[in-house]
Design a protein around this ligand. Structure first.
Ligand code: FES
Length: 130
């Protein structure tokens, strides 16, 4: 397991274990490929990265996952989580505005808003409306 700072090129990339929970710019990564991402045509098991959104993780691993606004309004990144909701951030305000409560209850999320918060097995399928 290792950690790195996002967007701080040229600085010391290692951080202490205790600081991993502070701030949104610190990402924790494991090498275990326990997150299943099912894009439109590409399906991969990838390593989780704490702090990344589902969309960021899909893009990092070259899984075909549509997006446009990355602000939680267009829903092109909409996805369905069939396993591991407990390892993801709870729905934020943007998701609650854009998705119906029934969708959220069924496990639908916005990939650009949902962040990985804990290490664990997760299965997510890209599920846009169109
Ligand atoms: S990219 Fe538009 S809602 Fe996620």
């Amino acid at each position: 397991m290792f950690k790195f700072w996002k967007g701080r090129e040229g600085k010391n990339n290692s951080v202490s274990e205790s600081s991993a929970a502070i701030g949104n710019n610190i990402h924790e990564e494991t090498e275990e490929q326990i997150v299943e991402l099912k894009g439109r045509n590409i399906q991969r098991f990838v390593a989780p990265v704490i702090g990344l959104t589902v969309l960021d993780l899909a893009e990092k691993n070259e899984v075909d996952w549509n997006s446009f606004c990355k602000r939680g309004t267009c829903a092109r990144c909409r996805c369905h989580v069939s396993e591991g909701l407990e390892y993801l951030s709870p729905p934020n305000e943007a998701e609650e505005k854009r998705l119906d409560p029934e969708e959220i209850d069924e496990g639908y999320r916005l990939g650009c808003q949902t962040k990985l918060e804990k290490i664990g097995a997760i299965s997510i399928k890209h599920a846009p409306y169109f």
